[in-house]
Design a protein around this ligand. Structure first.
Ligand code: ADP
Ligand code: MG
Length: 619
C-alpha cells in the first residue's frame, strides 16, 4: 500500500521461511491451528488486562474470532478482537526480531528431529501461513497505536512491507490476517473442510470462534412496472393461475459458532473420551506425542478448583534435544475463565514434566501474576496438586498390564496348540515410563522431604534377583521378600550392572540368597542420604563397612571374631604398616565369601562410587 516501507526479514527468519515455503510437507492444515492459537493468545491478553482496566475494551467490546472464506478472490481471513499490534509490533513480531526458537527449528528440521507441523513449538507458528498462501496480509489495530497498520509479504521474498491501512480503522481493535491462497491450497475454501478444521483446532479455545458461511437463497423477484399493461391484454382463454413468482438468487452470510462446547475441564469426566483428553494434552503440553495418563478432578474445601493433570509419555522435546533451559515448567491457570498464564508455576521443579490446567474461582483477579504466585491460596493449591500428581503416578504404577487379547490358540495337525516363541514380552507401561522419569522422582526424594515416603514407593530398581532389562523391583516388593531376620535394605551403588553382579561384595549375599538393589544413577547416593530409610528399614550400602548378617547367633559370632582377630593380628598389623595412610584400618571381615580380602569404604565416608561421581563432576 501507499506510504508503506519495506523491511528486511532477520536473516535466520528468512532462512526458516525459505525452508517452510519450499518444504514438501503435505499436512498444511497446521497453519489454521497456529492462526487460531495466535488469535486466542491475543484475546487472552486483552481479557487479562481488562480485568483491572475495563476501559481497554471500549475500542471493541466483543472478544471473538471470525473466520471468512471468499471463493471469488481465493482468500481466507482470520479476524480476532484481541490485543492487536502497533506498527512497531508488526515489524518486530512478524519479521525483524528472530526468536530463540528460529535457529533451533531450522536445525531440528535439518536433523530430521522435527517436522513442519511442530513449528508452533518453536515460537514461529505464524510463518506456517506460507505453506498455503503466496501473499499474506496482516491488518492490526492496537489500543496503543492511533492508526491501523498493514503488514504484507509475498511468498519467498526477503522483505515485507508495513504501512497505514488505506481503509482506516476498520477493526476497532484486533488483528485481521488475510491469506491469498496458493492454487494447490484452494481446498481451504470449502466450508466443509474449514468447519471440520476449525472444530478441531478451536475445541479448547475459550473464546467463541465463528465461521462465516456463504448461503445462497432464492427470494421472489421484485415485480416489474410493466406488469399492469400485461394484465390489460389478458385473453379470456388463458386460464388465470396464480402465477409462480419469478425467483432470484441472492447471497447471504451467516456466522456459525463452531466451538460451542464448554472447556473440557469444566465438563463431566464421564462424558469425555480418551481421544479428547489426548487432544487437550497436545494443547497444554505444546508437544506432540501422547499423555501416559491423567487425572481430572474437582478439589473442594476452603479453596475450590478444577484441574486436569497429565503425565507425559515422553521426555519434553527440548530436553531430548539437550536444551533443558527451554523446558517450561508450569500449568495453565484460569481464574473465572480468564487465562492468567499458560505457564504458571504450580509444580515443584522435580515435577515440572507435569502439564495441565487449573481453573479456580477463588483466586483474586485484580492482582498481578507475581503477587498471585506468592498468595496463600496458590500455596494451598500447589500442595493439593503435588499430592494429586503423585497419586496419578501411583495409579499408573498400579495399573494392570493390558491383558493380551485372548487369541485363539492355533492348533497343529496333531491337535496340539502351537506355542509362538517370538511373541514380544510385554513391558509394564510404568516400567517404560519409569525409565524416562525415574530420575525426577529421585530428585523429589531430595527436594521434597514432606513427600519422600510417597516418592520412594514410586521408585523401581534392578536387583540381584531381577532379570533382563525390563524387570524391576519396588521397595515394597523388596521388603516383602526380605529374610525374616533381615533388618536393612541392602544397596550397591556402582557403575555398571556387570561390575556389580560379579563383584566380591556380592559373594556373601549370593551365598545367603539375600537380595541387593543395584544403583547406577549418579543421583542415587544423594537421595539415599536424604531418605535414609523406607518403612523403618535403613538402607545399608554393601560397599561400606558395617555390613552384619544377624542370621547367626550373636554370641557365637562375637567369640569367633575375637579368635580370628587375635590369630591374624600379625597379618593385619603388617598390612596396615604396608598400606600406611592409604587405608583407615585393616580388620578381619565378617562378610567375605570367595575373595580373600576386600577394600570397603568407611560407614560414614563416601563410597567408592560416590568418589567416582564426584571426580566426574569435579566437585
Ligand atoms: P508465538 O505465537 O509462539 O509467539 P508466532 O509466530 O505464532 O509465535 O507469533 C509471533 C508473534 O506475533 C506473537 O508472539 C505475537 O506477539 C504476534 N502475533 C501473532 N498473531 C497475533 C495476533 N492475532 N494478535 C496479536 N499479536 C499476534
Ligand atoms: Mg503462535
Amino acid at each position: 500500500p501507499t506510504g508503506s516501507s519495506a523491511f528486511e526479514y532477520e536473516a535466520e527468519v528468512h532462512k526458516m521461511l525459505d525452508i517452510v515455503v519450499n518444504s514438501l510437507y503435505t499436512n498444511k492444515d497446521v497453519f489454521l491451528r497456529e492462526l487460531i492459537s495466535n488469535a486466542s493468545d491475543a484475546l487472552d491478553k486483552i481479557r487479562f488486562l481488562s480485568v483491572t482496566k475495563p476501559e481497554l475494551l471500549d475500542s471493541k467490546k466483543e472478544l471473538e474470532v471470525k473466520i471468512e472464506y471468499d471463493p471469488d478472490n481465493k482468500t481466507l481471513t482470520i479476524r480476532d478482537t484481541g490485543i492487536g499490534m502497533t506498527k512497531d509490533d508488526l515489524i518486530k513480531n512478524l519479521g525483524t526480531v528472530a526468536r530463540s526458537g528460529t535457529t533451533n527449528f531450522v536445525k531440528a528440521l535439518g536433523d530430521g528431529a522435527a517436522d513442519v507441523s511442530m513449528i508452533g513449538m518453536f515460537g514461529v507458528g505464524f510463518y506456517s501461513t506460507f505453506l498455503v498462501a503466496d501473499r499474506v496480509t496482516v491488518a492490526s489495530k492496537s489500543n496503543d497505536d492511533d492508526t491501523q497498520h498493514i503488514w504484507e509479504s509475498l511468498n519467498g521474498e526477503a522483505s515485507f512491507h508495513v504501512g497505514p491501512d488505506p481503509r482506516g480503522n476498520t477493526l476497532g481493535r484486533g488483528t485481521e490476517i488475510t491469506l491469498h491462497l496458493k492454487e494447490d491450497a484452494e481446498e481451504y475454501l470449502s466450508p466443509y473442510k474449514l468447519k471440520e478444521m476449525i472444530r478441531h483446532y478451536s475445541e479448547f479455545v475459550t473464546h467463541p470462534v465463528y465461521l462465516r458461511e456463504i448461503k445462497t437463497a432464492k427470494i421472489p423477484k421484485e415485480k416489474e412496472e410493466d406488469d399492469e399493461s400485461k394484465e390489460d391484454s389478458d385473453d379470456i382463454d388463458e386460464v388465470e393461475e396464480e402465477k409462480e413468482p419469478e425467483m432470484e438468487e441472492v447471497t447471504t452470510f451467516e456466522y456459525e459458532h463452531i466451538n460451542t462446547d464448554p472447556a473440557i475441564w469444566a465438563r463431566d469426566k464421564d462424558e469425555i473420551t480418551d481421544e479428547e483428553y489426548q487432544e487437550f494434552w497436545k494443547v497444554v503440553s505444546k508437544e506432540g506425542g501422547k499423555a501416559a495418563d491423567w487425572a481430572h478432578f474437582n478439589a473442594e474445601g476452603n479453596i475450590n478448583f478444577r484441574s486436569i493433570l497429565y503425565l507425559p509419555n515422553d521426555v519434553p522435546f527440548a530436553l531430548q534435544q539437550g536444551r533443558p533451559d527451554e523446558v517450561k515448567p508450569g500449568l495453565r491457570l484460569y481464574v473465572r475463565k480468564v487465562l492468567i498464564s499458560d505457564e504458571f508455576d504450580l509444580m515443584p521443579r522435580y515435577l515440572s514434566f507435569i502439564k495441565g490446567v487449573v481453573d479456580s474461582d477463588d483466586l483474586p483477579l485484580n492482582v498481578n501474576r507475581e503477587t498471585l504466585q506468592e498468595s496463600k491460596i496458590i500455596k494451598i493449591i500447589k500442595k493439593k496438586l503435588v499430592r494429586k500428581a503423585l497419586e496419578t503416578i501411583r495409579n499408573l504404577a498400579n495399573k494392570k498390564m493390558e491383558d493380551d487379547e485372548t487369541e485363539e490358540a492355533e492348533i497343529d495337525a496333531d491337535g496340539n496348540a502351537i506355542v509362538k516363541e517370538d511373541k514380544p514380552k510385554k513391558v509394564h507401561h510404568y516400567v517404560e515410563w519409569y525409565k524416562k522419569f525415574g530420575l525426577s522422582l529421585k530428585m523429589g526424594c531430595i527436594d521434597d522431604p514432606a513427600n519422600k515416603d510417597k516418592l520412594q514407593k514410586l521408585l523401581r530398581f534392578k536387583s540381584s534377583k531381577t532379570n533382563g532389562d525390563d524387570e524391576y523391583v519396588s521397595l515394597q516388593e523388596y521388603v516383602d521378600r526380605m529374610k525374616d531376620w533381615q533388618k536393612e535394605i541392602y544397596v550397591f551403588p556402582g557403575e555398571t550392572m556387570k561390575q556389580m553382579k560379579t563383584s566380591s561384595f556380592m559373594d556373601m549375599f549370593y551365598e545367603k540368597d539375600i537380595e541387593v538393589l543395584f544403583l547406577t544413577d549418579a543421583i542415587d547416593e544423594y537421595w539415599l542420604q536424604h531418605s535414609r530409610e523406607f518403612e523403618g528399614k535403613k538402607y545399608r550400602d554393601i560397599t561400606k563397612e558395617g555390613v552384619k548378617f544377624s542370621d547367626e547367633d550373636e554370641d557365637l559370632a562375637k567369640r569367633r571374631n575375637k579368635i580370628y582377630n587375635d590369630k591374624f593380628k600379625p597379618l593385619t598389623k603388617f598390612l596396615k604398616k604396608l598400606f600406611g595412610s592409604d587405608v583407615t584400618k585393616v580388620t578381619i571381615s565378617k562378610r567375605l565369601g570367595k575373595a580373600p580380602a576386600i577394600v570397603s569404604a568407611s560407614e560414614w565416608g563416601n563410597s567408592a562410587n560416590m568418589d567416582r561421581i564426584m571426580r566426574a563432576q569435579a566437585f
